[in-house]
Design a protein around this ligand. Structure first.
Ligand code: M6R
Length: 618
């Protein structure tokens, strides 16, 4: 939700912190701020709006040099996005600086206690209580100048989810952080160390990282990293090597990260398949850490996810039930635990999350595990909380996704879901070997087919130009085309701020068809004509129904599907593909359509208003 960075080393801390914030800005861009340790004081700067506002301020009024600092980019929860509410937040004496990601649920009670003791607050945030509490603990008996101990004591009083990074002017060579249910990683350098919400912040300096566990406090200095739990017991964090470099987190010549990430999809899909299918067409997912017996034992699958990942889950249901004959439910993670779901040891919960940090999904994972379910995470982020807390994990290999709107991560989520479903089909014997091999061959062709869609997508951009002033765009599809319709609508809403809705094509006549009036664009996702004829023919009938009522039809169909041509005002064609796999292709023109629409309407393609990449509050 917010992005946080801490640094101690030999370089100019401001440069390192700003570089980190640039890479983390996708997490929130309501305000940005920095603090540096300078000659026994803290020098700070903060501004509402995007990081560029802060950079402009720093160019006009530079801060003194320092090799210890922290920074923050905010997605507002408590208090509007103003200068005053921008982080870092200081204590009354200006000696403690704190940045925070998450929500401190008991902040009102803590604030009133502090106010009763005479503390005057400068902001509306929940974070500021931490600055005052740290100031009160620092120097107290049993704490002295041990900022980590002060942090541990404060954390024991906090409720809610948080990552905190703090400095004290009396300890100018250390930065301390703490986490509970919110992401934090340590970057290990040579004579320098880093703290950040994710590794992209320091990837230009080091690819060696430590996973900080939940309920732990970290202190970094130039030469060392110390990790303890909130009680002060030493912990041994896991160390890992990041297998991508700084160039993966740059725009690489594209105007926007989203365009680069759309273009990277053929490779992302290929990478996600790599090494998971052998030459004989058999799947190998041993990395998942679930035994064959455990997987054979499963009698129900529940997919939980949010947003675009949820749409991948909806597609997964069709594949899972078709290939494994195991009943599968798909549920929004934010709803899951509040409905008292029926879950037991034989339930396999599939938690899909690009970031691996989405709080709604994390809470659903925990609930499922408490009920005895086995949880298999599908995530794009090594070492994130959801994969770490799950029984098993299948990583997508999309590489870092920076644009807030998910594209390449989504396509790889679809592929990962197919792999899991096929693997279960293979293991449980619900599919013949030659049927699996046929699907595997089709999966292997997807990267080239996605590339073909990208090469032929220009008419979709032209279409966006012709529809840019429309008030509303509807999307319809059947079977796996329905989640594609939902995804097309979500992309257009989040990027172009247009009214957009996705419907199951068969549902139109039960109400939404009343929305059709002359000129309303309706995007229709048509299944392969070579698949189940009934499915295809029903969608063709739906196109005729809406066209008869004046809709402007944008038809996405397979090349050579002559049946749709008479009813398509605009036709977008896709390479031949089995219907179950078609979402991997059909989603791509919709991504391009939404990005182009945002550009034409003058909106920020990478950082749409009010959003953040990773939603770490419930
Ligand atoms: O990181 P996650 O996959 O858990 O994120 C889930 C959603 O927040 C995310 O897909 C969101 O809907 C995107 N902005 C969609 O483009």
């Amino acid at each position: 939700m917010c992005g946080i960075v801490g640094y101690v080393g030999n370089k100019q801390a401001l440069d390192v912190v700003l570089e980190g914030l640039r890479r983390l800005e996708y997490r929130g861009y309501d305000s940005a701020g920095v603090a540096l340790a300078v000659d026994g004081t803290l020098a700070t700067a903060k501004r509402s709006g995007k990081l560029a506002n802060l950079e402009k301020t720093l160019a006009e009024t530079p801060l003194p040099a320092s090799t210890t600092g922290l920074g923050h980019t905010r997605w507002a929860t408590h208090g509007p996005p103003t200068d005053r509410n921008a982080h870092p937040h200081l204590d009354t004496a200006g000696r403690v600086g704190v940045v925070h990601n998450g929500i401190i649920e008991n902040f009102a009670q803590l604030r009133s206690e502090l106010e009763d003791s005479g503390v005057a607050f400068e902001s509306d945030t929940d974070t500021e209580v931490v600055s005052h509490l740290l100031a009160a603990e620092f120097g107290s008996p049993g704490v002295g100048h041990d900022l980590a101990e002060a942090m541990r004591r404060v954390c024991r009083r906090l409720e809610g989810a948080f990552t905190l990074v703090a400095m004290h002017s009396d300890v100018p060579d250390a930065v301390v952080a703490a986490r509970r249910n919110s992401p934090l990683v340590v970057g290990l350098g040579d004579g320098e160390n880093f703290l950040a919400s994710d590794v992209s912040a320091f990837i230009g300096h080091t690819r060696e990282a430590l996973e900080v566990g939940d309920g732990q406090v970290v202190e970094i200095t130039r030469d060392g990293v110390t990790v303890t739990d909130f009680a002060g017991r030493e912990c041994q964090p896991g160390r890992y090597h990041v297998d991508w470099d700084a160039s993966a987190a740059e725009k690489g010549g594209f105007d926007h990260f989203m365009l680069k990430e759309i273009a990277e999809q053929p490779k992302a899909v290929a990478d996600t398949l790599l090494g998971r299918i052998d030459e004989a067409g058999r799947l190998h997912l041993d990395e998942m850490r679930l035994s064959d017996d455990e997987l054979r034992d499963v009698d129900k699958i529940i997919v939980i996810a949010c947003g675009t990942a949820f749409h991948a889950g909806l597609v997964a249901k069709y594949a899972i039930e078709h290939w494994t004959r195991v009943p599968c439910e798909v549920e929004l993670a934010s709803e899951f635990r509040y409905r008292d779901p029926i879950v037991d040891r034989q339930t396999l919960v599939l938690a899909i999350s690009q970031s691996g940090e989405t709080m709604d999904t994390l809470m659903a994972v925990r609930h499922a595990r408490e009920q005895g379910a086995r949880v298999l995470a599908i995530s794009n982020t090594n070492g994130a909380t959801i994969p770490r807390e799950s029984d098993a994990v299948l990583y997508t290999r999309a590489g870092p996704e920076v644009a807030v709107a998910s594209t390449k991560a989504h396509l790889t989520q679809l592929v990962a879901c197919y792999l899991v479903a096929l693997y279960l089909g293979q293991l449980r014997g619900t599919k013949w070997g030659d049927e699996i091999r046929w699907v595997v061959r089709e999966l292997a062709e997807l990267p080239a087919k996605v590339e073909h869609v990208l090469q032929t997508v220009q008419p979709v951009r032209d279409l966006a130009a012709s529809l840019r002033d429309k008030g509303s765009v509807l999307f319809i599809g059947r079977h796996v085309g329905y989640p594609v319709a939902l995804e097309g609508a979500l992309k257009l809403k989040e990027l172009a701020y247009m009214h957009a809705e996705g419907f199951a094509a068969g549902e139109l006549k039960h109400g939404p068809i009343a929305l059709i009036e002359p000129g309303v664009p309706v995007v229709v996702i048509v299944p392969s004509p070579r698949g189940r004829d009934v499915l295809h023919d029903k969608v063709v009938s739906n196109i005729q129904e809406i066209r008869a009522r004046g809709a402007l039809t944008v038809v996405i169909a397979e090349e050579g599907d002559d049946a749709v041509k008479p009813y398509a005002d605009h036709l977008v064609t896709l390479p031949e593909c089995p219907t179950l796999l078609q979402p991997v292709l059909a989603t791509v023109p919709l991504q391009v359509f939404a990005a182009e629409m945002a550009r034409l309407r003058g909106f920020d393609v990478d950082q749409p208003r009010n959003l953040a990449k990773s939603v770490t509050v419930e």
